[in-house]
Design a protein around this ligand. Sequence first.
Ligand SMILES: Nc1ncnc2c1ncn2[C@@H]1O[C@H](COP(=O)(O)OP(=O)(O)OP(=O)(O)O)[C@@H](O)[C@H]1O
Ligand SMILES: [Mg+2]
Length: 281
Amino acid sequence: MPAIVFDRYGFTYAGATKPSLEEISLTIEEGETVLLAGSSGSGKSTLLRSLNGLIPHMYHGKTLGRVNVNGFDVSTTSPTELATKIGFLFQNPENQIFMFSVRRDVAFGPENLGLPQEQIRNRVEEALTLMNITDLADRAPHELSEGQKQRVALAGVLAMKPKILVLDEPLSLLDPKTAVMLVEFLTEIKRRMPLTLLIVEHRLELLANLLDRMVVLHQGRILGDGPLRDVIASDEIRPAGVRIPAIVRLRAMLEKNGLRFDSSPISTGELVVQLGDLDVD
Ligand SMILES: Nc1ncnc2c1ncn2[C@@H]1O[C@H](COP(=O)(O)OP(=O)(O)OP(=O)(O)O)[C@@H](O)[C@H]1O
Ligand SMILES: [Mg+2]
């Protein structure tokens, strides 16, 4: 069963004159890692809200078509029930951390599910270990660095054991070193469990090795969808104004000058390796 299905889906916020999403048909298979890109106002957050049930249960408006998460129709499933299938990590962990200690915070979700104490304890320990924050367990979240807070928030989401994880600009508040670390954690989590990941993020270079696929939104519609390296280098997504990594632009320039590459490098490291393989006189 696919993790996520949008079937000719459309949404217009109550009072708005035009739809924020139109004719969205998109299937994401279990285990895929997908980047959702598009300029400001293209509909990314609206699409994410349509997955966790904020639309239509909190934000009202006119809906067309349907959205399924793990086979459940979002319009007839409560947000609480959806929270066990799909976890969300937002840009600002402050919005997700509010208890007096890290351990209490990570336990909050599983406690709300009404699980037995023993199971809650196990889930919390597992999530703390996975995010390498066991030593922070008794600290107050407000004493932590941005990167540590982000890991606490992610541990809280993982303790719900969702099969799908949605990340809305998870790296934008982090310094480069911490951002690289978070990506390493995500890579490790993916290695250990068959998570489906949907990520909105502008700092593409950092995620290049994690992503399988890229979906580009433009004015509420899908403008591009396919393997990351094909979509990012394609002309069809130019109108969307997605920031193209410098490496991808550099490659295009080098190709104009007669160089040929085996695959599409996205990071500096990949470009250097490929240039090393080329016969450049
Ligand atoms: N609560 C709302 N009520 C009415 N219109 C909204 C609401 N939220 C978003 N919109 C409109 O829907 C469209 C898509 O907005 P959305 O927030 O989904 O874009 P986005 O891609 O997430 O942008 P950003 O990159 O700035 O976060 C925009 O035209 C926006 O003005
Ligand atoms: Mg948004």
